[in-house]
Design a binder for this molecule. Sequence first.
Ligand code: ADP
Ligand code: MG
Length: 347
Amino acid sequence: MNEFELIDRYFNRPAKRAVVGIGDDCAVIGVSPGHELAMSTDMLVEGRHFFAGTDPERLGHKALAVNLSDCAANGARPRHALLSMALPSVDEAWLAAFSRGFFALADRFDVELIGGDTTRGPLNLCVTIVGEVPAGQSLLRSNARVGDSVWVSGRLGSAAIGLHLLNRNRGQTPISRNRSLPRGDSRTPIDCDRIALSHEAQKAAIDALEQPEPRVALGIALRGIATSAIDVSDGLAGDLRHILERSRVGAQIEVARIPCESWLRAMGDCEASRSTAYRALLAGGDDYELCFTAPASRDADVLAASRAAGVDVTPVGSIVAGDALTIIDRDGSTVSMDRIHAFDHFR
Ligand code: ADP
Ligand code: MG
């Protein structure tokens, strides 16, 4: 099967919204009146962002989900996607499963695949997303104000525990979407071995890692309400810091208020696993929840947006003057910063 047969069989579906879809030199799309385009791209590299042998259907989901999550953080409605892939070989079973996972999510969010590139090489999956947002209404990182509340959607930390479990099962060094090769990573790997997680909790943790649910409806519902937003892909502390830097403010958040599953809460309660739980909650990455700020006077609107989107939101702290992120522990002490730094590829 050559490149064109492969594209036709697994990725070419008739364009419904695009003016020109797959098959020409460029895709051509229109823009709804009064709207702007919001664009983002995210690459997943085997061995760095996912394990060799990861279920291709889940990979198809995740490759698109991480991009939809960027749209969510912008408040944009995702519309079109481009998919560029390097494949070590033409494995039809793999391609069928990958495209099944990709299109299942694309269909759920009414996203049309309009083009891409296919080449031979080490497995590498890159999706580019194009979304639409009413002009001037993009949620940015830069408008948080002193006195705003800091909110988080869903529950944090599960994906980091899922990554740990996969690492442990495979006896490999830790990797994740946002984790560099071990060489540059001075942190100790997450260790929850001393806590017996139920089978259900383990499955939930791995599902959170491999099947993140992009919070698109919430991002859209927060237009005109949130003053800033970001999706949590590198851990809450690091991602919130991006908002603080761009908005030139500080924040104070409380560990006890960060929403998480009961089993992760239990890990935090236990001395032996506390630092693991805190690392997962604050610097875990791969959560793909939204962290956003909104004036305290708009609490009711935030909660209405949450109900409309069907996603829980939890206030975890507030924006303060200055530039520091202060994380308050349950006993009122400050959580030490070096434990909670989010990962940076180039550090
Ligand atoms: P060109 O040589 O002009 O770059 P290609 O031969 O790479 O075109 O691709 C042919 C068509 O197939 C283009 O419309 C391109 O966007 C599309 N395409 C290639 N790979 C993919 C893919 N993995 N998913 C979706 N569309 C793809
Ligand atoms: Mg090409």
